[in-house]
Design a protein around this ligand. Structure first.
Ligand code: ZN
Length: 341
């Protein structure tokens, strides 16, 4: 573990050094870019993954950020003489089935919570990010959109005593559900898991940082389609393309109207595995779906919970019925098209 940490730190140093040399240039090595989640060219305490004491020690000007020049020169020197370390910086990848790895080799503290092998405590689910964040959606002026009724992380309203893994958006039967961003279909299910009808018909998309403009890998899971979508794993989808019709497949009992159940996961790794017929991103964690529309960090549930309510409002980007966008530069949109008032 110690060795692993050192390697990671060295990798950061290698990258940090080149950042120092080429400050602000595009094409910054991926490792630093992923750690520097808000892309401001420095590592905040929240972004730092190494030991806290080291952060404090290196933060020479005590501003709460590690700038490249604050990395110890001796270590920068050492990192230069360690060519194998540069291999830790993964090449820029695109989304797709080439990122599928063996389920057993998926790394990360939350893989059990994400894979739903059963018996996961609420505490473990919360540790994986599944908790009520308090984020509230604001739709564009003059728009008429389908909003969330059951939020992410609340007590699930179904038969089991667990937490709600996504946000529910009720809409009329067969309303088209659309892709929230460019991406690749990595999983499709007719709702049968282990020979048992469960979960409902669903599709999972993987979105690369280039697809969304966000500094992490994003997974969007859409569930309860009225008909099994025609999409197949490996196919590319464009933002706004129709994935399938809204429905209520896999919804227990009769107590719920048709709705989209939307689950979102993020990760710094491109790799994902399949465990128990569920997509499990390596180092993955859950986020509250509307949090994806925040224009600045944090996005993680635990950090969002600490913000005052007025900072937890998010302005959602939408596609209108005519295909127009509420914000033309949007790379992520609401999963239902909106009408205009
Ligand atoms: Zn749901």
């Amino acid at each position: 573990m110690k060795n692993f940490n050192q390697k990671i730190i060295l990798a950061i140093l290698v990258v940090g050094q080149s950042v120092f040399a080429q400050a602000q240039e595009v094409g910054l090595p991926e490792r630093f870019r992923m750690m520097d989640r808000d892309g401001d060219g420095r590592i905040s305490r929240a972004e730092w993954k190494g030991p806290v004491e080291r952060f404090e020690q290196w933060d020479a000007n005590k501003d709460g950020f590690l700038e490249p020049k604050e990395f110890p020169p001796a270590l920068r020197q050492q990192s230069k003489e360690e060519p194998s370390v540069t291999k830790q910086v993964s090449p820029v990848k695109s989304a797709g089935m080439s990122n599928l790895i063996e389920g057993g080799s998926v790394k990360g503290p939350h893989r059990r919570a994400i894979g739903f092998p059963g018996g996961i405590s609420k505490e473990d689910l919360r540790a994986a990010g599944m908790d009520v964040s308090g984020v509230a959606t604001v739709f564009p002026d003059g728009s008429k959109c389908f909003g969330i009724d059951h939020v992410f992380g609340e007590q699930w309203q179904g038969p089991a005593d667990t937490l709600h893994s996504g946000a529910d958006i009720p809409a009329p039967l067969d309303t088209p559900i659309i892709a929230m961003a460019n991406g690749v279909v990595i999983f499709k299910s007719d709702g049968m898991v282990g020979g048992r009808k469960s979960r409902g018909t669903q599709i999972v998309l993987q979105h690369s940082p280039a697809d969304t403009g966000l500094p992490f890998w994003l997974y969007t899971l859409y569930s309860h389609f009225n008909k099994v979508p025609v999409w197949e794993p490996g196919q590319h989808v464009k933002m706004g393309e129709v994935l399938g019709p809204n429905g209520r497949s896999g919804v227990p009992g009769n107590r719920r109207e048709p709705h989209l159940h939307l689950t979102m996961l993020i990760s710094d790794s491109a790799s994902f595995g399949m465990i128990n017929e569920t997509v499990v991103p390596e180092f993955g964690r859950f986020i509250d779906p509307p949090a994806i529309f925040r224009d600045k960090p944090p996005i993680d549930t635990a950090e969002l919970k600490k913000l005052p309510a007025d900072q937890r409002k998010v302005h959602v980007a939408v596609m209108y019925e005519d295909g127009g966008l509420s914000a033309p530069s949007s790379k992520v949109i609401w999963p239902f098209r909106c009408g205009k008032r």
